[in-house]
Structures are given as structure tokens and as C-alpha cells.
Design a protein around this ligand. Structure first.
Ligand code: ADP
Length: 484
């Protein structure tokens, strides 16, 4: 029954100019739980990507002229439909991505919250501001939509990553061409179907799906009709896309990798720290850019912290995300497993020690047994790289200064966490840590109103709340003589 409901909601063509457009070739979407084929999806052709950009460009002319309140009505209908369909959408998301269905549901509702908020905020950006001017002149500043936006999104949050770009851009008056990850295109296509049902004018939201990411990416960054690229993904691909954008001075927002420290001081509430560690490390099997990546733990409490953490890890239920008992699903694919294995082996060769590995039985899919590694030092790849898996990597410290130095020892600056009950220390740490987002005695960062994004090579630009809409607006300064 469940399967039939999901199958009927699967779309397998690109959504361009309000139409579902197929091609003669297809690629497979694989369920990471058992490697079965969830769907065969039509490969978008180069000329169809151009068609999508043209459709967005044509729609842009009238979409930007609507009042913000009119745009907000469409956006509101869209977010209502997302909420109404949360059950089907979350099962679909779990089928292609693998995370527990409860997490999928949270993600979808979170995406709906973003969408709702952007609709509500659009009007506040439509006001013209009068500014100071030389004598005899009057001057004002208005906010103008940047134009057509291309969005490229990853597979780890197939719904929220899409909506926090698309809804912000569309609320600001921009039309969008989205390229979701080829590993998880089905959620984006379902969102397009709901946009269509919500009555969004044709061309406002387009989705192109294909497995040739590089070729599609070139078309989406180098077409003069594209004004801005919004990308979420790896730093490596982000750098390539930035270089492509440079050719036409196409604006770019980049949400790239993280390497989050999770510092536990000797004065921390250990139970809370363990609670936070579990939420931050094991959500989506550790495949998030805000996952705790480097546990930096005071040596005096390391044994207790580890013991409490291992007790909790042992209770995780590894399995099919569609089973309600499951608390941790598979990794996305075999290459994610291989990458993680390499990272661990190289770090063990340099002296890291595996202090715990959960036993999870045998599965056909891409499952990875949760693990704890201790004795990790900054020269090890596991300290330097984004782990993207259910592996706790622990480094110990013995002074606050050392903890700060270890935490900042990365090119990434997306987010960090620390646990300490000392108010003065909290102040010192928030000033010293070089991360765009900080959780203090708190590991859940999600908040649609917050500016999501990072320092250093973690990217540029922010998503969320008024900061997210700003990304899709340009200033226009207008001056004229007072008499006119
Ligand atoms: P991840 O490692 O999380 O999969 P990627 O950066 O590889 O991150 O992928 C994020 C998004 O970027 C996906 O939609 C993927 O298809 C796309 N992508 C990957 N390589 C390229 C590329 N060379 N040009 C444009 N997009 C790309």
C-alpha cells in the first residue's frame, strides 16, 4: 500500500516552463538501503537546460513585476501543499536518500517553515528607502531582484536545501532553474509537481535532472541569462563553479563543507554534551555539513564522556529508514563507504585507535557500523577532512587555549559546538572560535530565521530569514533634482 502511494507520486522528467519534458535516455535512482532501483529518470539534454534558462528568463519579466504580496500568495499555497503531502514526500525522500522517515518528515516540515517565512518576509524588502542627498537633490535606494538564479543542490537534504534556495529567490522576485543531485532527484521533482499544483506561473520554478553534473553545471553558470548561482555541496566542486562564474562575473553564493569542532570542557554537563553529540553526529548517519566532526574533549573527563557516548551509540537501531524503529540508515553509496574506510585506515596508520565499533549484522545496502576513534591528532586525515559518516573522532586537550587552537585548526569555518557551564569561558570561546555558527551547550542549529553559512572556505553568502532573501536582491540607487 505504502509503496503504491509513493510510486504514483514519482515523476521522472525534467520540469521546464511548466511542462514535464523527457528524453530518450535515462539514469537510475538507487535506494541505498538495498541498492534496488527506485526509478529511472530521463536524462536532461543540453538544449533542454538552455530551454529551462530561457523559460526562467521569460517568466522573470512578469514575476518580478508582481507585488511581493502577490508572490507571497503563491509561495504560501506551495508551502501548504508541502505540509499536506508531508507523509508521501518523506517516504519518497527516505527511498532515495536512506535517512529514517522521521528525519525526512522533520526535514520536509523544516523546508515548509523556510518557505512560509520567505513568503512572509518578501514584502519588507519591497520598500524604497530615502537616503541623505547633496543639496538640491533627492535620493533613494530600491531593492531589485538579481534575475534568473541557478541552484545546484546536494543529496543529503534533498528537500530543505532546495526550498531554502528556491523559496528565497522566488520570494525576492527571481525565477529559478534547479539542478538537484543525480542521486536524489525525485524529491525535487515532487516539489515541482506541488509548485505546479500551487499555480506558480510557468517558468518560475524549473527543475533539470541529469547525471552529467559537470556539463549541466557549465550551462547553468556560463549562460549570460543566469544572474546568480546558489550552490551547496563540496568545497572542491564549489571552487570549480566559482571559477566558471568568474568568466561572466555571475554572482555566486556558496555553502560548502564544514569541519565542526565539538568541544567538551571539564565543567560541562556531560549528559547534555552526550545528548548533543548524538544529535549532531548521528543525524542522517553523520552525512551533514554541520555534523560534529572533531570531538575535542578535556582529558580529565574523557573516560566518562566516552563511556556514556558508547552506551548511547550501542542503542542506535541501524536499518531501513522506512521502519519506524530505525534511528540510523545507510550511507548514500559505495563510494561514500570506500572514502570513509580510507580515511579511517590512514588515521589508524598514524596512531588513532578504534575504541568501539557497533555490531550491525549483514545488509545488502550501504550500511556502516557506528564507530569511535580516539587518540586522533591534527596530522591525521580524519581530523582534517569532513567525515560524512557515523564515526566519532576524539582528540583530547588539557587547557582552554589548546582547545581553541585545535578547534580553529581548519580551513573550514561553518559551525562549531562547545559545552561548558562557565559563563566567562563561554564569552571567551564565542569570541575566539572562527565559525559562522556556534552552538553553546546546544547542538541543534536549525532555525529558518538564522543566517546559515560559514567563515573561511566554508563558503560565501547566507541562507535563512532576511539574510537569505538579501542574496537574491541588488541595490538600485536613484537620484534626481528636488524639483522633479
Ligand atoms: P557531495 O560530495 O555532497 O555529493 P558534490 O559537490 O559532489 O557534493 O555535489 C553537490 C552537487 O553538485 C550535486 O548536485 C552534484 O551533482 C553537483 N556537481 C558535482 N560535480 C559538479 C560539477 N563539476 N559541476 C557542477 N555541479 C556538480
Amino acid at each position: 500500500m505504502q509503496k503504491i502511494a509513493i510510486q504514483s507520486s514519482i515523476r521522472n522528467c525534467s520540469f521546464i516552463g511548466g511542462e514535464w519534458i523527457g528524453s530518450g535516455t535515462s539514469f537510475e535512482v538507487i535506494n541505498p538501503v538495498d541498492k534496488s532501483v527506485v526509478a529511472k529518470v530521463n536524462e536532461v539534454q543540453a538544449e533542454q537546460v538552455i530551454q529551462a534558462i530561457n523559460a526562467a528568463h521569460t517568466a522573470q519579466a512578469s514575476w518580478k513585476r508582481l507585488s511581493a504580496i502577490q508572490r507571497a500568495k503563491y509561495i504560501d499555497s506551495w508551502q501548504r501543499l508541502i505540509r499536506q503531502n508531508v507523509k508521501d514526500l518523506s517516504r519518497l525522500l527516505t527511498l532515495e536518500q536512506g535517512k529514517p522517515v522521521a528525519e525526512s518528515e522533520t526535514e520536509i516540515l523544516h523546508a515548509a517553515d523556510y518557505t512560509q517565512l520567505y513568503g512572509q518576509l518578501a514584502e519588507s524588502f519591497s520598500k524604497t528607502q530615502t537616503i541623505d542627498a547633496p543639496q538640491g537633490q533627492q535620493a533613494s535606494v530600491t531593492r531589485r531582484p538579481v534575475g534568473v538564479v541557478s541552484a545546484i543542490t546536494p543529496w543529503n537534504f534533498p528537500c530543505s536545501m532546495v526550498m531554502r534556495k528556491a523559496a528565497a529567490a522566488i520570494a525576492a522576485g527571481c525565477c529559478v532553474v534547479l539542478k538537484p543531485s543525480e542521486l536524489t532527484p525525485l524529491t525535487s521533482l515532487a516539489l515541482a509537481a506541488l509548485a505546479q499544483q500551487a499555480g506558480l506561473p510557468e517558468g518560475v520554478f524549473n527543475v533539470v535532472v541529469g547525471s552529467n553534473a559537470q556539463a549541466i553545471g557549465e550551462l547553468l553558470t556560463q549562460n549570460p541569462k543566469v544572474a546568480k548561482l546558489s550552490f551547496t555541496g563540496s568545497t572542491h566542486v564549489g571552487k570549480k563553479l566559482l571559477a566558471q562564474c568568474a568568466l561572466g562575473v555571475t554572482r555566486a553564493a556558496m555553502e560548502l563543507g564544514g569541519n565542526a569542532p565539538f568541544i567538551v570542557f571539564e565543567d560541562a554537563d556531560l549528559d547534555e554534551a552526550v545528548e548533543g553529540a548524538m544529535a549532531s553526529k548521528f543525524r542522517n548517519a553523520g552525512q551533514t555539513c554541520v555534523s560534529a566532526n572533531r570531538f575535542i574533549v578535556h582529558q580529565s573527563i574523557l573516560p566518562q564522556f566516552q563511556q556514556k557516548l558508547i552506551e548511547r551509540i550501542d542503542q542506535l537501531v541501524v536499518g531501513n529508514g522506512l521502519d519506524s524503529a530505525t534511528t540510523i540508515g545507510p550511507l548514500i553509496n559505495q563510494s561514500a563507504i570506500d572514502k570513509l574506510d580510507r580515511l579511517i585506515e590512514a588515521s589508524i596508520d598514524l596512531g588513532a585507535r578504534m575504541s568501539f565499533r557497533a555490531s550491525i549484522g549483514t545488509f545488502a545496502g550501504n550500511f556502516y557500523a557506528p564507530m569511535v576513534l580516539e587518540n586522533v591528532t591534527p596530522n591525521m586525515p580524519i581530523f582534517q577532512s569532513e567525515i560524512f559518516g557515523p564515526v566519532v573522532s576524539i582528540t583530547s586537550f588539557d587547557s582552554e587555549a589548546q582547545a581553541i587552537e585545535l578547534a580553529n585548526q581548519t580551513d573550514m569555518g561553518l559551525c562549531g559546538y562547545f559545552y561548558s557551564e562557565d559563563i566567562e569561558r563561554q564569552k571567551r570561546l564565542t569570541e575566539s572560535l572562527e565559525f559562522g555558527m556556534l552552538g553553546v551547550n546546544q547542538a541543534r542549529l536549525s532555525n529558518p530565521a538564522a543566517p546559515f553559512g560559514g567563515f573561511k572556505q566554508s563558503g560565501m553568502g547566507r541562507e535563512g530569514g532576511c539574510f537569505g532573501i538579501e542574496e537574491y536582491l541588488d541595490f538600485q540607487y536613484i537620484t534626481r533634482p528636488c524639483s522633479q
